[in-house]
Design a protein around this ligand. Structure first.
Ligand SMILES: Nc1ncnc2c1ncn2[C@@H]1O[C@H](COP(=O)(O)OP(=O)(O)OP(=O)(O)O)[C@@H](O)[C@H]1O
Length: 358
């Protein structure tokens, strides 16, 4: 797949704050890319640098193989969709979409019939047919989101940057719009770079997921790899689905505050600090007297509370060093277990399921 956008060693500093700290990346054409990172990791700054609203202090940006660092934002061929949609409240759906086309600095389209035809095509592409004449104050949040996207797509960008595009929508609508956005992108074949602070959204949407951490790309991979093999303890922590323990490797085991975990066959991953990670849904809860097999690890803990979230239940246990340990059980096959308040349990997982960082 051809590269549409390439960033080479991009840095951006505000005062003594390094917002971007040497970003290297190459984004493919015709792909959905999620950019995930904790608050303050530099996601918006990266998007603004790519769009041209901010100038990097160093590095190079290439679009279709050409340097664009000094090209004005509106001449980059890159569209931007803002979180708050930024629509004109006094204009209709069609007028909002036409506005960008008629008023752009570069080659504004003045022929009414051309504008109308383009607006009609794009309205159908984003699924807003029938609402052309409606005021944008009289449509739903999801429909406003589509108008904002249509207004960008009508200008035929080669790439679209979306800054938390679903952030203003309620949870149900957000989930539905994920599939919508992916479908619209597939129909127009343009690369989308979608910034989100939600790991579930990033993993659900991205063909590629970029994880940003303190102004650096900590991982760039498909969703499956990011979820199953986070590149570092920091990425695993941010995914919010791994129990993590600090410690050290000693004689074929990982030794931490709560015990000694025998290592599996897989080679540990290199990281800045050692850690042991086990995913919430890889752990089973058993009575403390239950036996374990040779390939299993067990620790004991006291049950604290459970929390239901649709198809899963997350249970929280207190380890003997005070640390909280989380277990996720999916409810598709079995009725949820109930645990005794403050009851003692064995938490068990397979050696091979753990990830070890050294
Ligand atoms: N205009 C600015 N002036 C000074 N510091 C800034 C400016 N913009 C961003 N920063 C700082 O740069 C860092 C990265 O900010 P950025 O907004 O890119 O993060 P983010 O990942 O988008 O965060 P969030 O998810 O909270 O929106 C933060 O420490 C932030 O305080």
């Amino acid at each position: 797949m051809s590269t549409v956008l390439q960033l080479k060693n991009i840095t951006k500093t505000y005062g003594d704050m390094r917002a971007l700290n040497g970003i290297d990346l190459a984004l493919p054409g015709d792909a959905y890319i999620s950019l995930l990172g904790p608050s303050g990791s530099g996601k918006t700054t990266l998007l603004r640098v790519i769009a041209g609203f901010e100038h990097p202090d160093g590095g190079a940006i290439l679009f279709d193989g050409k340097r664009i660092d000094t090209v004005a934002p509106h001449k980059r061929g890159i569209g931007f969709v803002f979180q708050n949609f930024a629509l004109f409240p006094h204009l209709s759906v069609a007028q909002n979409i036409a506005f960008g086309l008629e008023n752009r600095e570069d080659e504004p389209v003045t022929d009414r019939r051309v504008v109308e035809a383009r607006v009609r095509d794009i309205i159908s592409l984003v699924g807003l047919s029938g609402l052309e004449g409606r005021a944008v104050t009289q449509i739903s949040g999801g429909q406003r989101q589509r108008v904002a996207l249509a207004r960008t797509l009508v200008t035929e960008p080669r790439m679209v940057l979306l800054d938390e595009p679903l952030g203003a929508l309620d949870a149900n609508l957000r989930a539905r719009m994920r599939a919508e956005l992916r479908a619209i992108r597939e129909r127009c074949g343009v690369t989308f770079l979608h910034v989100t602070g939600s790991e579930a959204e990033a993993l659900a949407m991205g063909d590629t997921v970029l994880v940003l951490e303190s102004g650096r790309i900590a991982q760039s991979a498909d969703s499956d790899t990011v979820y199953n093999r986070p590149a570092s303890p920091a990425v695993a922590r941010f995914l919010n689905c791994y129990n993590l323990f600090p410690g050290r490797i000693e004689g074929g085991a990982f030794v931490g505050g709560v015990g000694r975990f025998a290592l599996g066959a897989a080679a540990p991953t290199r990281a800045t600090s050692p850690a042991y990670a086990i995913r919430y849904d890889r752990v089973s809860v058993r009575p403390p007297e239950a036996a374990i097999t040779e390939d299993e690890i067990r620790i004991e803990a006291n049950f604290v509370a459970s929390e239901y979230s649709g198809a899963a239940v997350n249970s929280f246990f207190a380890l003997d060093d005070g640390r909280v340990f989380e277990v996720e059980s999916h409810l598709s096959h079995a009725a949820p277990e109930t645990y005794a308040e403050k009851g003692r349990y064995a938490l068990v997982w397979k050696r091979e399921d753990a990830l070890v960082y050294v």
